[in-house]
Design a protein around this ligand. Sequence first.
Ligand SMILES: NC(=O)C1=CN([C@@H]2O[C@H](COP(=O)(O)OP(=O)(O)OC[C@H]3O[C@@H](n4cnc5c(N)ncnc54)[C@H](O)[C@@H]3O)[C@@H](O)[C@H]2O)C=CC1
Ligand SMILES: O=C(CO)COP(=O)(O)O
Length: 393
Amino acid sequence: MSAQSTAPSTPDVARDFSDLEISSTVTSPAATRPSSPIPASLPPSPLPSGKHKIAVIGSGSWGSALAKIAAENAVKRNDEFHSEVRMWVREKIVNGKPLTHVINRTHLNSRYLPDIKLPRNLVATPHLKDVVKDATLIVFVVPHQFLHTVLGELSRPGVLHPGARAISAIKGVEVNGTDIETFASLIEGRVGTPCSALSGANIALEVALGQFCETTIGCPTHEDSLLWSAVFNAPTFRVSAVEDVNGVSLGGALKNIVALAAGFVDGLGLGGNTKAAILRIGLGEMTEFCLEFFEGSQRETFSNESAGIADLITTCYGGRNRKCAEEFVKSGSTFDVIEKKLLNGQKLQGTATAEEVHNFLRARKRVHAYPLFEKVYQIAFEGLPPKSLVRGL
Ligand SMILES: NC(=O)C1=CN([C@@H]2O[C@H](COP(=O)(O)OP(=O)(O)OC[C@H]3O[C@@H](n4cnc5c(N)ncnc54)[C@H](O)[C@@H]3O)[C@@H](O)[C@H]2O)C=CC1
Ligand SMILES: O=C(CO)COP(=O)(O)O
């Protein structure tokens, strides 16, 4: 959704789908939280009947981990899904061989998620059009820097199935002057498919190793939440659904700014008390930002859900943003240099988000209301010494 005015929040209970069985014709009323509806410009398109075909757009570490879960579920729930799940791989030569060939022959994504065996029914495909052909459920999980290119190709007439549903697992925001949008909203607007959001305390490698965790899906309708829960819910990947698409999207995006602050704390050699303070202040700014600018979003998404507090914690201790920000303080190198040095082709999301959010707040004349976000921006982009992080907070 685009930026809007403050709205009151109403508490509700998220739904756990651990024992889920789905039907593509579910019509029961939503049991999840109220939130912003699909824009009026998008008439809800009928969901195709029959088995659903899943496509995953993105094959980085998170793309591969999510594709693994979806492909495993597609086999387990063969009455609901086509067993073949296609994953878009931006072709790259790895050790002299195209990455798609490596993945399809060895069932390993040696470039972005090495040592994790991928299911045989997960097929790496280099051309976007082939990945989404006949797909009814489309997972968007490219680093946010590359989404526009992907949407340019997918928004051409006839490329996507008219009744398809989408979900975004991308963490970031889209800013244009005084407007801000989630990627779920951007995808919905550009390709015309209702789009949900998935976010949570989900470090890709830990998920792929099958270590227990939770995630949150924010869906515009109950029908969407049943579908996406069936795609992703697993014994070690517990899905809970809310209708707060914006809150789920913003939790994932904004925590990356706070994770940079946590990395600065580590780089400065400060202890657990300081980091806890940063997390508390950061969670407050994340929540208020969402409530101020995204009508219908829910405070509880931040305080109760994996997409809120839990993701903030895991990223501030184990994420790439934290790691690179620590190195920024210790080495004095730029983030571009550090990303290349430490991430082996993976992409940092927090610096771009800090800049986008700063530009938006400046355009809205609200920078002063979000002092931690602003400090992170100034340290990362304007040469403010990292040790001034906590001054004046
Ligand atoms: N890695 C993680 O633990 C988690 C990541 N996320 C989010 O998922 C999204 C995707 O992240 P990852 O899968 O980790 O990706 P990644 O950080 O591993 O990046 C590698 C991916 O970027 C693609 N890429 C590189 N250059 C490109 C270009 N010029 N055009 C198009 N694609 C290009 C590569 O093909 C590859 O698919 C991000 O928004 C991230 O915040 C969310 C939860 C966990
Ligand atoms: O979003 C993440 C975990 O949920 C990963 O965070 P990083 O991009 O900082 O590694």
